[in-house]
Design a protein around this ligand. Structure first.
Ligand code: FES
Length: 212
């Protein structure tokens, strides 16, 4: 993580050549961890921890989805626009018959920040307006949850959002539950819509109750 210094409202991020060389850099700016991405000639600045449950986005794949360049969270594959922080998911459009798969928006979920180059150096103007879900994982409580999730990933405790150790039970065929749950195509999105974490296994959905 690099050190930073402030000039008026702009915060120094780093030298352009260093950020290009690194491709991805996490900087701490006024207590906020921001991921700086250099991708195909452009810089992006986005909150470093995923709005869903606080996993680091640093190693997420980047893909163009629905004409938007998105980072895909490594943990549960949520798709987040790099330009504006919009969450995207793909589902069946029930307004048509037969219902085609198409992309839907969850609205802005991840905070992104304007970034600008001045004489070979990159500066960021922190975006602070309103509340965006990724703000939670920059705060103290979010930090505690991130640390707890990291511990659970290493096999040392409870997972994110209070998920206990594996105790899966078969809930039904994927096709049946998809019909009930608006036929959401991407299983990583399903647990947004019910109180259970869901995992696909050979065409059958397994559920695990979430305690909070
Ligand atoms: S933590 Fe990013 S998708 Fe769940």
């Amino acid at each position: 993580m690099s050190s930073t210094q402030s000039t008026d409202e702009l915060l120094f991020v780093g030298k352009k050549e260093d950020l290009i060389s690194a491709q991805r850099t996490v900087v701490s700016l006024q207590g906020r961890d921001v991921l700086i991405i250099y991708h195909e000639g452009e810089f992006y600045a986005i909150d470093s921890y995923c709005y869903h449950s606080g996993s680091s986005l640093e190693t997420g794949d980047i893909e163009e989805l629905n004409n938007k360049l998105c980072i895909i969270c490594p943990k549960h594959k949520y798709k987040i626009s790099l330009c504006d922080g919009e969450g995207l998911y793909r589902a069946r459009d029930r307004s048509q018959s037969p219902p085609p798969l198409r992309w839907f928006s969850k609205g802005v979920k991840q905070r992104v920040h304007p970034i600008t180059e001045i004489q070979g150096e990159l500066y960021l103007r922190p975006a602070t307006s309103g509340y965006i879900e990724s703000d939670y994982y920059q705060g103290e409580q979010g930090k505690v949850e991130r640390e707890r999730a990291a511990l659970a990933d290493k096999g040392g405790g409870r997972g994110e959002r209070g998920v206990s150790s594996p105790s899966f039970c078969a809930s039904g065929r994927t096709s049946d539950l998809q019909a009930i749950l608006c036929v959401i195509d991407d299983v990583s999105e399903l647990h947004l819509h019910c109180s259970h974490e869901l995992t696909a296994h050979h065409g059958v959905l397994l559920s695990q109750e979430v305690s909070s």
